[in-house]
Design a protein around this ligand. Structure first.
Ligand SMILES: NC(=O)c1ccc[n+]([C@@H]2O[C@H](COP(=O)([O-])OP(=O)(O)OC[C@H]3O[C@@H](n4cnc5c(N)ncnc54)[C@H](O)[C@@H]3O)[C@@H](O)[C@H]2O)c1
Length: 274
């Protein structure tokens, strides 16, 4: 089978663990040279080592993507790796923490942290790398949003607002840069079994047999479920797709609904809960 990203240079932020780790492995397996940024040095080295041991190509740039100097270093590392080319950018870093019980309990300091980890770096990294894509008249940006950009989630109003921002940015930028041969899309994950949202924690005290009642495909997602869609969006197979956020959620957005718990102790989207 032909590798659909053969010869491409792909930058992945937060590319060591979780969904980002799956994306780095997928894009490398599809033939891309991956430039993996992560804040976790050991995890970055482990994922890069795994990729290269399997015959893939991967460079690492360790650092906190919220820092402008790390964004600049990432740009330089990508240009070095690609000899001046950058074909794919995956803005994957994001986090729903710090969370508060309700919006009324949230603080401005939390809003700022959520802004910096979910949205601000997406602007910065994109603005740093986009000129290279515009100049070469080709490129694909894939952002990582969330289903909560489209579905309300109690307790996380600010997180969902910033991710709606990621999806709106995706749409508007796509319109702006299509004329330069650059496509911009996003994925909206739900229920990935990662260290940020471990399935074991979500299932604690619940009957796993009832997963099918609130998750139509009947299981949690694994990193490669999300990475497969990112690979598609990054590749020429998606050459006529731009400006969209594709839910990768096992059907939860289609089926979703939040319910006030009968005991009035907050909310649940798992109707089997009392
Ligand atoms: N897990 C889910 O169910 C879910 C649902 C919706 C959206 N998402 C989104 O998917 C993306 C990845 O989620 P995940 O569950 O894989 O997360 P994760 O926390 O399991 O992994 C995040 C990766 O990014 C790295 N990272 C974190 N902060 C960083 C920073 N400031 N600079 C550089 N690297 C950093 C971590 O070291 C790790 O390798 C996020 O944008 C998240 O909001 C996840």
């Amino acid at each position: 089978m032909t590798q659909r990203l053969a010869g491409k240079i792909a930058v992945v932020t937060g590319g060591a663990l979780g969904i980002g780790g799956g994306i780095s492995r997928r894009l490398a397996a599809a033939g891309a040279t991956v430039v993996l940024n992560d804040i976790d040095e050991a995890a970055a080295a482990a994922t890069a080592g795994e990729i290269t041991a399997g015959g893939g190509r991967c460079h690492t740039l360790v650092g906190d993507i919220r820092k402008p100097e790390v964004v600049e270093a990432l740009r330089a590392a990508a240009l070095r790796a690609g000899d001046g080319r950058i074909d794919v950018l995956v803005n994957n870093v994001g986090d729903f923490r710090p969370a508060s019980r309700t919006f009324l309990h949230s603080t401005e300091a939390q809003w700022q942290e959520l802004y910096e980890v979910n949205l601000l770096h997406v602007f910065r990294v994109t603005r740093a790398l986009l000129p290279v894509m515009v100049e070469q008249r080709s490129g694909a940006v894939v952002n990582n949003s969330t289903v909560e950009a489209f579905r309300g989630i109690p307790g996380h109003a600010v997180y969902s607002a910033y991710n709606a921002g990621v999806s709106a940015f995706t749409k508007s930028l796509a319109v702006e840069v299509g004329q330069h041969g650059v496509r911009v899309n996003a994925i909206a994950p739900d229920l990935a079994d990662t260290s940020q949202t471990p399935a074991a924690a979500m299932l604690r005290g619940r009957d796993p047999a009832l997963i099918r009642t609130w998750l139509p495909l009947g299981r949690f997602g694994v990193a490669d479920d999300y990475a497969a869609v990112v690979e598609f969006l990054a590749s020429d197979d998606a050459r006529f797709v731009t400006g969209h956020t594709i839910p990768v959620d096992g059907g939860t957005l289609a089926a979703s609904g939040w319910y006030g718990r009968a005991d009035r102790k907050g909310w649940t989207n798992m109707p089997n809960e009392a």
